[in-house]
Design a protein around this ligand. Structure first.
Ligand code: GLN
Length: 446
């Protein structure tokens, strides 16, 4: 914990991964463990962890990187936060993100732009950019992020760390500030696959506060790290190495696939024919859900309230002043897509496309164990390069979004450098197939 804070005070002025530090309380907790020890079975005892700022933390400000929540001090801990505390991890602070997790670069944060530790002129990715940058910069060993359409995997790829988006339902969403409830999942970001497995084991499981959390036993994921992937059936979708994917990225991924083959995996080319519709379908579904979820920020129940004597005016002003441009864009898009007369043309259509995407995956998983490809079409882009062009920004999530729409798990892990910047290898698994992903990722990492 001392080392974490020393490192943060050295580098975070440049990286700007943290929005809030929990220094006093963290040092006290660490001291208590030094003096009294902690239960032997606490698997993260004394480990420094950073928490994305859309997970509520009792007594520690939770802003979602938005002005509308800049004074919000939660009364309870999210289930994932409770669980890491129960395993005696020590919360170092809250990590920067895109406002309400809407973005792919951390540039939509209302408070700071996190920098990529590999090149401070570049973005760390998003929306969990603070989480990935903090781990990459050596500020913490463990971080929690959320992934609605790539927000754990894309920043992990850009920052050269390991990030897992678990199966929908594996991890409780209680206490995560909802963006798109049918897509949101929390997950671990770490340096190594083994650390990642321990953190996922910690945060997983049924929670009576989240009716979508799965009633399935939580495996000891680290036991899956046998190094043996002989006979593993790997599918490579041709769409994932096709048009729009940077040549240097492709070269690294092809080398990784060769390596998996040399470890005994059997590799086939397959097709996910509907993946080209994933980005448009996602932006209808995610924005629709967001427009409903964000209705609760009305200036009354949480956060910042505009000064005025008229109720409607107060709602309007609190929301116009509190939300940033990207969040407003999503609320308008979602409200439009759900409005009467347009529902069938947009929302319903998008849900039908979602089913087709899910079926593409089911077909491939009939005779393959995992799907492998790049996490992102390019390496980290420059700060400012895409922020004024929402469509280019949205297209960045082309390879991650299908996984959220299908509700299945995927991990991104470092796969060499291209022009000095990290490339992310994505492995996608069957529902609740996280053990297989960890086994394959660990064998590759060795
Ligand atoms: N970049 C995507 C978006 O802006 C995904 C965000 C996320 O996963 N939270 O919606």
């Amino acid at each position: 914990v001392d080392e974490a804070f020393t490192r943060i005070h050295d580098v975070d002025g440049d990286v700007q991964a943290f929005l809030t530090l929990n220094e006093e309380a963290a040092r006290e907790e660490a001291k208590a463990i030094d003096e009294n020890g902690s239960a032997e079975d606490a698997i993260l005892s004394g480990m420094p962890i950073g928490i994305k700022d859309n997970m509520v933390t009792k007594g520690l400000k939770t802003t979602c990187a938005s002005h509308i929540l800049e004074n919000y001090d939660p009364l309870y801990d999210a289930t994932v936060v409770e669980k890491v505390k129960a395993q005696k991890a020590i919360t170092i602070g809250k990590l920067n993100m895109d406002e309400f997790a809407m973005g792919s670069s951390t540039e939509t944060s209302s408070f700071a732009i996190t920098k990529n530790p590999w090149d401070l002129e570049r973005v760390p990715g998003g929306s969990s950019g603070g989480s990935a940058a903090a781990v990459a910069a050596g500020e913490v060993l463990f971080a929690l992020g959320t992934d609605t359409g790539g927000s754990i995997r894309q920043p992990s790829a850009f920052c050269g760390v390991v990030g897992m988006k678990p199966t929908y339902g594996r991890v409780s969403r209680y206490g995560l500030v909802a963006f798109a409830s049918s897509l949101d999942q929390a997950g671990p970001i770490t340096r190594t696959v083994e650390d990642n497995a321990y953190l996922l084991e910690t945060i997983s499981g049924l929670d009576r506060h989240d009716s979508t959390s799965a009633d399935l036993a939580v495996p000891h994921y680290a036991a899956a790290l046998t190094g043996d992937i002989k006979g593993l059936r790997v599918a490579v979708p041709k769409e994932y190495l096709g048009e729009g994917i940077d040549e240097l990225v492709k070269a690294n991924i092809r080398a990784a696939i060769k390596q998996l083959e040399s470890l005994g995996a059997v590799v086939d080319e397959v097709s996910l024919p509907h993946s080209k519709y994933a980005v448009p379908a996602y932006y209808i579904i995610a924005s629709s859900e967001a427009s409903a979820n964000l209705a609760r920020f009305d200036g009354v129940r949480y956060g910042v309230r505009a000064e005025t004597n008229d109720l409607i005016d107060m709602y309007n002003k609190s929301r116009s002043e509190g939300f940033g441009d990207e969040v407003k864009r999503r609320i308008m898009l979602g409200t439009f897509a759900l409005s009467s007369g347009y529902y069938d043309a947009y929302y319903k259509k998008a849900q039908q496309v979602r089913t087709l995407i899910k079926q593409d995956f089911e077909k491939v998983f009939k005779d393959h164990d995992i799907i492998v490809g790049p996490t992102t079409p390019t390496t980290a882009f420059k700060i400012g390069e895409n922020i004024d062009d929402p469509l280019t920004m949205y297209a960045n999530d082309l390879l991650t979004i299908p996984v959220n729409l299908a509700g299945i798990p995927a991990i991104s892990l470092p796969c060499g450098l291209a022009d000095g910047l990290p490339v992310g290898l994505q492995m996608i698994g069957r529902p609740f197939g996280e053990e297989t992903l960890y086994r394959a990722a660990h064998a590759y990492e060795q």
